[in-house]
Ligand binder design. Structure first.
Ligand code: PLP
Length: 451
C-alpha cells in the first residue's frame, strides 16, 4: 500500500517547489496523520512539525472546534459567494472580526483563498486607488531582495528570490527590489544596526528618486522576512523606511501572511515593529491552516477612493469564486475566537523566552554563525568560519543536510536561503516540546559536523 502510494505519487503528482528529477529518484515523504504538534509518515515515524507545515498550522493538528465549525457550516450552507452583493453569515462575521482585530485605520476585509491571492489583490487595489485619485502613473511596487510574497504573476514578481522567478519570466510587473534588512549578513564591518537601518532608508530614497517618485505606487514588506531566511529588521528600520514612504506619497502594504495572528508575540507583526500599513495581507494562521483562506485588510482612505471609482467604472471588478467561502470563513472565525479565548498572544509571549534561549544556545555549535528569533519564529545561520562569517559553498547544501539529519532525528524543519534553518512550531508548543525539538536539532548538527 505504502509502496504503491509512493509510486503513484511519482507517476501522477507534479510537486510544488521540488527538484523534479530528484523526486523521480527519491519519491515523496507521505504524511498521513497528525496530533498536536506531531505528524506521522506512512512508515510510522512520529515527527515534530517544527515549521507548522508551511508556517501556518498555528493551533497544531487536533483542534476539534475547527473540525466542528467546518462540519456545521458544510451542513448549513456548503457554498455561496461574495459577487454582486451576495454574502453569507460566516463571511460577514469574519470580516467584522478581522476589522475589529486590525489597526484603527483599517475598515474593510476582502476575503480570498491564499497568501499569493491576497498579495495580488492588494497590488490591484494599490493600482485601483492611484487611478481613482488621479495618479495613474503610480504603478511601480518596491519590494525587498529575499522578500517572499508568493508565486502568482504579481506576487511572484515581488518575491525577491531567484529560485521563485528563474525560468518563469518574472518579474512581470514593474518592481524595484531594495536592500535586505539583515544586519548579520549585510551590515558593513563595524556598522551598528541603527546606522545600517539609516543606510537602507537612504538607499530606498535614492531608488525612489532615480525611478521618479510619481511612478512609485507602494512598498511591500513582511514584518519578519520568512521564507527569505527569517530575517528580523534592524532597530529603527521600519520607522526610517516609513518616513521615506510618506515623504513621497507611497502606500505601505504589510504582508502579514506569516507574522499575523500572534506569531511574533503580538497580534500583528506590524505591532511588533511599529508599522502603520495602508493594506495588510494575511492567510496561513488565519484559519490555522484547517481551510485555505486569506484576506486583504483595507484602510478607510483606500476604501473611500474605491467607492467613488467603482461608481465611475460601474463596479469594483475583482473577486474569486471561492473568496469568502463560507466553510473557510466559518473555520477562520472559529480560529480567531480560539486565539482570543486562549490568549494565544500571551501564550506566544510566555514561550518566547525559552524558545529564544534554546536558539541562542545553538551559537555554541561550531557550524552556527547567527541565531535569531522573535515570538515563536526563528532561525540559525550556518557558517564555515564564525569569525569571518564565510559560508560553505552553495553546492555543499549544508542547511539542506542539517534539515535532512533533523528529519532522521524526528523533527521537520526547513532550509531557507543563506544556509539558514528555520523554526516556526505550532504556537501551542510547550517548553518541554521546545526542548525535545532543540535537543534533536543539536544532535542533527553533530551528525552533519561528524559526517
Ligand atoms: C509573507 C508571505 N506572503 C505570501 C505568501 C504566499 O502565500 P500562499 O502560499 O498561501 O500563496 C507566503 C507564503 O509562504 C508568505 O510567507
Amino acid at each position: 500500500m505504502t509502496n504503491s502510494l509512493h509510486e503513484r505519487d511519482k507517476q501522477y503528482a507534479l510537486h510544488h517547489f521540488t527538484n523534479l528529477s530528484a523526486h523521480q529518484e527519491n519519491g515523496p515523504l507521505i504524511i498521513e496523520r497528525a496530533e498536536g504538534i506531531y505528524v506521522w509518515d506512512t512508515e510510522g515515524n512520529r515527527l515534530i512539525e517544527g515549521m507548522s507545515g508551511l508556517w501556518c498550522a498555528g493551533l497544531g493538528y487536533s483542534e476539534q472546534r475547527l473540525i466542528d465549525a467546518a462540519t456545521k457550516q458544510l451542513n448549513a450552507l456548503p457554498y455561496s459567494h461574495m459577487f454582486t452583493h451576495r454574502a453569507t453569515p460566516p463571511a460577514i462575521e469574519l470580516s467584522e472580526k478581522l476589522v475589529q482585530c486590525s489597526p484603527d485605520n483599517i475598515s474593510k476585509a476582502f476575503l480570498v483563498n491564499s497568501g499569493s491571492e491576497a498579495v495580488d489583490a492588494a497590488i490591484k487595489m494599490v493600482w485601483y486607488y492611484h487611478n481613482a485619485i488621479g495618479k495613474p502613473n503610480k504603478k511601480t511596487i518596491i519590494a525587498r531582495k529575499r522578500g517572499y510574497h508568493g508565486v502568482t504573476v504579481a506576487a511572484g514578481s515581488l518575491t525577491g528570490l531567484p529560485y521563485v522567478q528563474d525560468g518563469f519570466d518574472l518579474p512581470a510587473i514593474s518592481v524595484i527590489h531594495t536592500g535586505t534588512p539583515h544586519a548579520y549578513r549585510y551590515a558593513l564591518e563595524g556598522e551598528t544596526e541603527i546606522a545600517f537601518a539609516s543606510r537602507l532608508a537612504e538607499e530606498l530614497e535614492q531608488q525612489i528618486i532615480e525611478a521618479g517618485p510619481e511612478t512609485i505606487a507602494a512598498f511591500i514588506a513582511e514584518p519578519v522576512m520568512g521564507a527569505g531566511g527569517v530575517l528580523l529588521p534592524p532597530d529603527t528600520y521600519f520607522e526610517k523606511i516609513q518616513a521615506v514612504l510618506s515623504k513621497y506619497d507611497i502606500l505601505l502594504v504589510a504582508d502579514e501572511v506569516i507574522c499575523g495572528f500572534g506569531r511574533t508575540g503580538n497580534w500583528w507583526g506590524s505591532e511588533t515593529y511599529n508599522i502603520k500599513p495602508d493594506l495588510i495581507t494575511s492567510a496561513k494562521q488565519l484559519s490555522s491552516a484547517y481551510q485555505p483562506i486569506g484576506a486583504v485588510m483595507v484602510s478607510s482612505k483606500l476604501y473611500e477612493a474605491f467607492v467613488s471609482h467603482s461608481d465611475t467604472l460601474g463596479l469594483f471588478g475583482t473577486g474569486n469564486t471561492y473568496g469568502g467561502h463560507p466553510v473557510a470563513a466559518a473555520v477562520a472565525l472559529e480560529t480567531i475566537n480560539i486565539y482570543q479565548e486562549r490568549d494565544i498572544v500571551g501564550q506566544v509571549q510566555a514561550r518566547a523566552p525559552h524558545f529564544a534561549e534554546r536558539i541562542q544556545a545553538m551559537s555554541n555549535h561550531p557550524l552556527v554563525g547567527d541565531t535569531r528569533s522573535v515570538g515563536l519564529i526563528g532561525a540559525i545561520e550556518l557558517v564555515k568560519d564564525k569569525a569571518t562569517r564565510e559560508q560553505y559553498p552553495v553546492s555543499d547544501k549544508l542547511a539542506v543536510r542539517v534539515v535532512a539529519a533533523a528529519l532522521k532525528r524526528g523533527v521537520m524543519l526547513r532550509a531557507v536561503p543563506g544556509d539558514g534553518v528555520a523554526f516556526c512550531p505550532p504556537m501551542i508548543i510547550t517548553d518541554e516540546q521546545i526542548d525535545e525539538m532543540f535537543n534533536a536539532v543539536g544532535d542533527a548538527l553533530n551528525d552533519v559536523l561528524n559526517a
